[in-house]
Every structure is written in C-alpha cells, then in structure tokens.
Design a binder for this molecule. Structure first.
Ligand code: XMP
Length: 480
C-alpha cells in the first residue's frame, strides 16, 4: 500500500474559471464530439445501457438529437437484436429491404403487417421479387372484408411512380413533389424491387438536422454486451443487425475477463467500433486500449443508483477518474466516455473540460417519455422507475432468464446487490431534457471562450471549492 493518500474530487467539488470570450451567442459553439475511434456525434450525450433507460424509443430520440443510445443487454439476444433493428429501420435515405407482401395474401394479413411494423404501406411483389403494386393503410381503411386479396385493393404497377436504383435524395424529392405521391419504389431494369424512398424519411431529414446517421441515412445505435455466457453470439448477431458500436460493459472493466473479451470481440466483429469499460484509473484505461478498445468508459460507483462504493469500499470520485483516464487515453488518441454521476448540465461541461469526449447519462433520462416502463402516480405526481443493473431485483431477473426453471431456490443471500431501485420524477420528452442539457454545455463553453470541445479542454482551469462555496453556488436565501 502506498503511504500517501491522494485526494479524489468529483463534479461538485470544483468549478471552471471563466475567461475572456469573443463568442457572442451560445449558438456559435460546435458541440460535435468523438464517441469512439470512428464515430463522431453532433452532441456529446450517450444514454445509458440500463433497462430503465435505453430501448429503441430512447435510442431513436437520442440519435435524432445528435447523440446516441446504447441498447441494454438485460434481455435475450433476439430481444436486443429486435431493438437494434427497430432503430436502424426507423429512418433512412433508402429503405433497402422494405417489408413486402404477395398479391395473393389477404387484406387481413396486409392490415396485420402494416400495424405490426408501424408502417403505412407495403410494396406488393411476386415470388421473383417483381414489383406489382403498393398497398397502403389508406387503401384498406374502408375495406371491411379481410378475406379479400391484396391484388384487388392495391394501387397497381401501371399507376405507380417508380425510379431507378441510385436515385439521389434531391431527385427523389423532386419526383415525389411533381407527382404528389409519398412513396417512391426503386427498381432495376427488370422491375425487381430494390428499395423504397418515403416522403416521411425525407421530411425527417429536415425535422432533425442534427441527427446522428450512418452512410445510408439510418440513425446510429449502440448495444451493450457482457464478457461471459452468450456475449460473442450476441455481439455477432448485433453486428449483423447493423449496430454501429458495441459497448462491452461490466462493473470492473480492469479485469482479466474484460481484457480477454475485448481481444476476442476485436478479432470477431470486423470494423465495428468497440467501447470497453468501466474503469476509473489510467492503468485500466491503458490496458483496455491496448487490448483493442476504440473508446473507454470511465466510472466506478458514481451513478445515481450505484451502491458499489458503500458495499465494496471501492471507487474513485468521478472527476479524478475522468482526469486520470483521459490523460492516458489521449496518448493513444482514444476517446473517454464519462459514465455516471451527471446530475445537471454543469456536470457535463466539467466532465468534457476534464478530458472526456462524451458523457453517459442514466438518471437524467430515466423519467422521460421514451424510457422503458410506465408512468406511475404517487401523491398526485408522476414518476417512472429507475434501477441499477446490479440491484437485487435486476440480478434476480437476469438469473431467472439465464437459467430457465431457476425459481430462486438458491440462497438469496448469494446475491450482493451493488445497485438500488426507485422512482424518478416524470420529465416529459427526451428532446426537451436534451435542449436544457446541451444548452447548459453551450453556455459553459462560451464562458470559457471555447468554440469546440477541444478548445474547452485547452481553456479549462478548475478551482476546488469548499462547502461554503457549494452553498454559494446553489440558490440561497430565497424560497423555491
Ligand atoms: P447515472 O448517475 O447517470 O449513472 O444514473 C448511470 C450509470 O450507472 C452505472 N450503473 C450502476 N453502477 N451499480 C453500479 O455500481 C448498478 O447497479 C448500476 N447500474 C448502472 C452505469 O455505468 C450507468 O451508465
């Protein structure tokens, strides 16, 4: 044991010193950030891979706002893959494999497919893949006999507007406008259906100009994997489903298990970026980077639902963990994700100024409309559930899923929870929460004369404050 005990600091222990700024408006700063070696986001916010935070709805909202969501792994492989597919299909320049229907299917089947996939139309194709028509929900709205055939209610090929493969977005926009139609099937010379462009997707491009997209115009999404059990199969299926980044996420990322899993995944997932964590030290960061991580997730015990530090006595206050890890990661050109403990927008500014490239947030997003779970009422106020992924309840559920038939006959004292569960106030739409979070960051950057997040780090000077300073920083001497 070393004799000298270092001091560890967290966000509330410090403030950033303001400096000369020629930035006139917070709109003039650029918040684009590297999530990992090859992925850049417009906003440095990542939603946590927790089952009360990120499934498809959250990931879609996060990517539309310029961040990204990481789908949690506390489900079966099929369930997690389905969530990733929902995000990847939610919008794109061209839908490459649109859902289709055969002409001899029934109206009832068409209705079920449209409703089941949440879409408004289906191209009708024969068994060779030739385009025969389109059937839309409008076509069958007033058809009461569900046993009729699709071929009798569809808009036939002769009345369709189609375009060749390779049609650009602006050409498609022109065609849709000229012909006043909403769907543009793409076909090859032999009239095989090769894709679909929809007005809805084109409008979304305008509605969400900041959104995080891949080369095909699909929203970016990440997904978490563990280090044992089905993790390799899970990772490979997620990659096949189009996931943009995998997050290897375990409580103690600086472990033989994690490093072995990073190496194994790195050799199996091709060019997909791999984030690994969680660590809280420079040595942990270096070991994960050397094993092949494209970004390192930092945070041991700072989270709102964490009790790791109380249960185990282990952890590093988050600002110190980020400072130490970021200094090391910078030598390798690898970004850091500051995970956990972000309670307000000022903490985002501090985490990024300390060297993180992005922040991962759980609690702040747990009570939003897009988080999984239902709204509950308590004393006339609305709440949603939030729970640690190492809480007793979550651990028990995971064991029951992994070992079907296991009904808790094992001694329950076997489980030592490192997380808690509880309620958080309902906060409405994710987009509104993010406007405040990113707005605070933008203002913080302008106080430091920083037009980019790199300049924020260059210009950052922290002062440590006292408990009196903390009282002064918060609203005081007023009833709120
Ligand atoms: P916030 O503060 O944003 O933190 O809610 C979210 C992060 O907390 C971590 N997490 C846990 N840590 N026990 C822990 O020690 C748990 O049960 C637990 N569940 C989540 C995780 O890193 C998440 O992103």
């Amino acid at each position: 044991m070393e004799g000298i005990i270092r001091q560890g600091l967290t966000y509330e222990d410090v403030l950033l010193v303001p400096r000369y700024s020629d930035i006139r408006s917070r709109r003039d700063v650029d918040t684009s950030a590297r999530l990992s070696r090859n992925i850049v986001l417009n906003n440095p916010i990542v939603s946590a891979n927790m089952d009360t935070v990120t499934e498809a709805d959250m990931a879609i909202a996060m990517a539309r706002a310029g961040g990204i969501g990481i789908i949690h792994r506390f489900n079966t492989v099929d369930q997690q893959v389905a969530q990733v597919r929902l995000v990847k299909r939610s919008e794109s320049f061209v839908i490459e494999n649109p859902h289709t229907i055969a002409p001899d299917e029934t109206v009832g089947e068409a209705r079920a497919l449209l409703e089941g996939h949440g879409i408004s139309s289906l191209p009708v194709v024969d068994d060779r893949g030739d385009l025969l028509g389109i059937v839309s929900s409008r076509d069958i709205l007033f058809v009461h006999d569900d046993s009729g055939h699709v071929r009798d209610v569809m808009t036939p090929h002769s009345r369709l507007i189609t375009a060749p493969v390779g049609t650009t977005i602006s050409q498609a926009e022109q065609i849709l406008q000229t012909h006043k139609v909403e769907k543009l099937p793409l076909v090859d010379q032999d009239n095989h259906l090769m894709g679909l462009i929809t007005l809805r997707d084109i409008l979304k491009l305008r509605l969400y100009p900041e959104s995080s997209k891949d080369a095909k115009g699909r929203l970016l999404v990440g997904a978490a994997v563990g280090v044992v059990g089905d993790y390799l199969e899970r990772a490979i299926e997620l990659v096949q489903a189009g996931v943009d980044v995998l997050v290897l996420d375990i409580a103690h990322g600086h472990s033989e298990n994690a490093i072995r899993a990073v190496r194994e995944l790195r050799s199996r997932i091709g060019s997909t970026d791999l984030v690994a964590g969680n660590v809280a030290t420079s040595q942990g960061t270096r070991d994960l980077v050397e094993a092949g991580a494209d970004a390192v997730k930092v945070g041991v015990g700072p989270g709102s639902i964490c009790i790791t530090r109380v249960v185990t006595g282990v952890g590093v206050p988050q600002l110190t963990a980020v400072l130490d890890s970021a200094r090391e990661a910078q030598r390798f050109g690898v970004p850091i994700i500051a995970d956990g403990g972000i309670r307000q927008s000022g903490d985002v500014t501090k985490a990024l100024a300390a060297g993180a490239s992005t922040v991962m947030v759980g609690n702040i997003l747990a009570g939003t409309r897009e988080s999984p779970g239902v709204v509950v009422m308590r004393n006339g106020r609305r709440f949603k559930a939030s729970r640690g992924m190492a809480s007793a309840e979550a651990t028990l559920q995971r064991r029951m899923r992994e070992k079907p038939g296991w009904e808790g006959e094992t001694d329950l004292t076997d489980i030592v929870p490192e997380g808690v569960e509880g309620l958080v106030p309902y906060k409405g739409d994710v987009s509104d929460v993010l406007v405040q979070l990113v707005g605070g960051l933008r203002s913080g950057m302008s106080y430091l004369g920083a037009r980019t997040l790199t300049e924020l780090q260059e210009n950052a000077e922290f002062v440590q404050i006292t408990s009196a300073g903390l009282i002064e920083s918060r609203p005081h001497d007023i009833e709120t």
